[in-house]
Design a protein around this ligand. Sequence first.
Ligand SMILES: C[S@@+](CC[C@H](N)C(=O)[O-])C[C@H]1O[C@@H](n2cnc3c(N)ncnc32)[C@H](O)[C@@H]1O
Length: 285
Amino acid sequence: MCASPHEPDRWATVDSDDNAHMALSRIEQLHGTPAEQAAVLRYPDLLQLKPGHDVLDVGAGAGHIANHLATRVTARGTVCALDLSAALLAHARQRNRNLLGIQGDAAALPFPAGRFDRVFARWLLLHLPDPLAAVREMRRVTRPGGRLLVVETDWDSLCISPGDTDLVRRIVHANTDRQANAASGRRLTALFRRAGLRDVQVHAFVDSVHTGDSHWVAFLESRLDVARAAGIDARRLTSWWGDVDRAIAIGEFFVCVTRIAVAGNVPESADRLAGHEDPTGTGSS
Ligand SMILES: C[S@@+](CC[C@H](N)C(=O)[O-])C[C@H]1O[C@@H](n2cnc3c(N)ncnc32)[C@H](O)[C@@H]1O
């Protein structure tokens, strides 16, 4: 289910909601989980990144990944961090003064066609009203023969123990119902195909812990407010959180979620002229 049209996805309004501090702490929680820390190390290879490349990170947030990619392109290349939020871009520039920070919208990237060798986005599409338009824009600004890597989390796949199954489902749905496009992860390969990307590769992995990893615990605790706001009984939530605490203490806690990284190449011009792109965007070709 998509976010209500009356209640925009909060990641689309970080500056106007003045919640950059909250946004930053949420990114730190999810970026810091053990599985994501391991995955981040693989992103440069999945992107086939080389020294000297010009790279764009779309929806770069506070620059965690842009900064990591910058170490691979070295001083011979450049990394541009683009985001809607000026406040988060300021954090990105604090992290690494060499990042180029551009405020802009993923739906209309302010760059000419073929400007970048590599284009990357993590945890962006699920917050956009039209993910396909963004993937098409990413492809447009990638040079022929260049490469695109997009990483999403499928939050409907979130499993948590302990907890009554029905209650946990409701907590999970309270979270995903606030996202503009909760299914964008499971639809990534289709989006890549419709945008005309070739040699599409999928690297799905499970981010899981069975200990009280502080990043995961802080993230789940932050979902209590979301669940309350969705109308779930506050006493049930308090009781559930007590169960989670006890499970952590005795080693019976478990949480996992599916993360999906999809890479694809922009065809060389001859391939494009051969008409491989689905011009309708409907996937019917
Ligand atoms: C969950 S954060 C992820 C940040 C970063 N990619 C990371 O992985 O650390 C989502 C980011 O997308 C940005 N964003 C949301 N809508 C956007 C849009 N239409 N164009 C560009 N950035 C957008 C938000 O400001 C936020 O920084």
